[in-house]
Design a protein around this ligand. Structure first.
Ligand code: SF4
Ligand code: SF4
Length: 449
């Protein structure tokens, strides 16, 4: 079986959050293969620790992929402040003449694919495009780790997740996919706030989620915050209220556009104009169109740029949903020759971001505590964990499964990924949304001290 077949068979998808099937992404001939070790969302601590713990495997796998796809160079990009990872990778990299490390500054969003491509190879990805348009393929660190296991025939059944914020023992743990977010939080000592909310991901791009939801192949962080934390309240604010606030308070200062990382790459994304269009329902903005929302990566930096606390990203999210529902696709395809003038001076420092979001108290280490060793009673595997079509179950209700068994296939001819059982057990429930597997173990939970 060749490399791509092994990656496909193991169900590897982008572990950084996007969930693009990796065998499809790797089926190309890039000039550069770039590892995204930026981990630019504050409080997340997965990729930097994987880089330190598995430097050998990661570099060896990277070289295998580079040679396999014929890339001229491979670049492992990470922040210079990740000293342990820098030291571990640096100690080994001399064995790979076609791989180099590239140090990134501590700015947000350094891990946005398009920003990363510009920072590493100096090329601007065209509007609405992907990195291969400029000769690059980008892989997240954990995705690379999963590829290294796939090459040994091991499927993706576990997920490295940082559980942080208002929990007793902020930690990074390798959890079985499918246990609940509540179980993961309890394993890290439980919440220290009575009434709490959970953000799936980092504080900026993460979404509010329910504690009973399962951990999936794209869960990277679980951030617990008091429910009345201003950032949680703002995340939960509905669009109508936000636009009502914009009508009263948007002063068209353009500060949201000044900080926008996509605008700084030269893309025609101007959140200030979109806010004017939406809040005044005006047609005065003759050179702006609602479809510009397609160019937004929803990094939420415009909210921090805005002196009024408005949320252009939320408007863009809604516009993309509505335009997509009408069958309208992104018409903006310009390829800027260069990034914006003065971009270098407008990059947003992460320390400032942490203060503005109000999570300074939670900016603490979240050391890796190994694999989850509490008993597991149930795992729930959503069929839609990757981009593309939902996976198609290939098990029946009541059927026995062993850890690593294939339980759902890629639908014929579709973009998608396979799913495997993270536990030994039997299929308890099966519907068009998920597969639930019950184990024979007791349901008593463990806890980190
Ligand atoms: S979320 Fe805001 S800052 Fe980020 S890309 Fe979209 S408009 Fe720009
Ligand atoms: S930064 Fe805020 S107030 Fe200024 S234009 Fe943007 S949304 Fe309006």
């Amino acid at each position: 079986m060749d490399v791509l077949e092994k990656v496909k068979a193991a169900g590897v998808i982008g572990a950084g959050g996007a969930g693009f099937p990796t065998h499809v992404k790797l089926n190309s001939t890039p000039e550069y293969l770039i590892v995204n070790g930026a981990e630019c969302e504050p409080l997340l601590r997965v990729d930097q620790q994987l880089g330190a713990m598995y430097a050998d495997e990661l570099l060896e796998t990277l070289e295998t992929l580079r040679a396999g796809c014929g890339a001229r160079r491979a670049i492992y990009a990470l922040k210079e402040k990740y000293h342990d990872a820098v030291d571990a990778l640096g100690a080994d990299i001399h064995r790979y003449p076609d791989i180099e490390m590239r140090m990134l500054r501590n700015t947000y969003p350094a891990g946005d694919e398009q920003v990363l491509v510009y920072e590493t190879i100096g090329r601007v990805v065209p509007e609405g495009g992907i990195p291969i348009a400029v000769g690059a393929v980008v892989l997240n660190v954990e995705t690379l780790y999963n590829v290294s296991r796939a090459l040994s025939g091991l499927p993706v059944t576990e997920k490295f997740v940082t559980v942080g914020g208002a929990v007793k023992s902020p930690s990074t743990v390798k959890f079985p996919i499918g246990i609940t977010i509540q179980e993961a939080i309890d394993y890290c000592g439980g919440p220290v706030a009575n009434d709490f909310a959970v953000i799936d991901g980092g504080p900026m791009m993460g979404k509010l989620t329910a504690p009973e939801s399962p951990i999936t192949k794209t869960t990277k962080g679980l951030l617990v915050l008091p429910k009345d934390h201003p950032w949680v309240v703002a995340k939960g604010r509905d669009m109508a209220r936000m636009l009502g606030m914009a009508k009263i308070s948007c002063c068209h200062c353009m500060l949201c556009t000044e900080v926008c990382p996509r605008n700084l790459l030269g893309h025609k994304l101007r959140p200030d104009k979109m806010m004017r269009l939406a809040s005044y329902n005006t047609t005065a903005e003759k050179d702006a169109a609602a479809t510009e929302a397609f160019l937004c990566c929803e990094c939420a930096l415009c909210e921090l740029g805005c002196v009024m606390g408005l949320q252009p990203w939320k408007l863009h999210q809604e516009l993309k949903r509505r335009l997509g529902g009408l069958g309208i696709k992104n018409p903006h395809k310009d390829a800027p020759k260069a990034a914006a003038k003065f971009r270098e001076f407008k990059l947003y420092p992460v320390q400032k971001l942490i203060r503005r979001v109000g999570v300074t108290a939670y900016d603490v280490p979240a050391p890796f505590r190994g694999a989850y060793d509490a008993p597991v009673k149930l795992v729930t595997l959503p069929l839609k964990q990757s981009l593309g079509a939902p996976s198609k179950p290939c098990v029946t209700c009541g059927g026995a499964v062993s850890k690593g068994d294939l339980v759902a296939e890629i639908p014929e001819g579709a973009l998608g990924s396979r799913l495997h059982s993270p536990v030994d057990g039997h299929v308890l429930r099966l519907d068009d949304k998920s597969i639930t597997i019950e184990t024979a173990q007791e349901s008593t939970r463990g806890r980190l001290n």
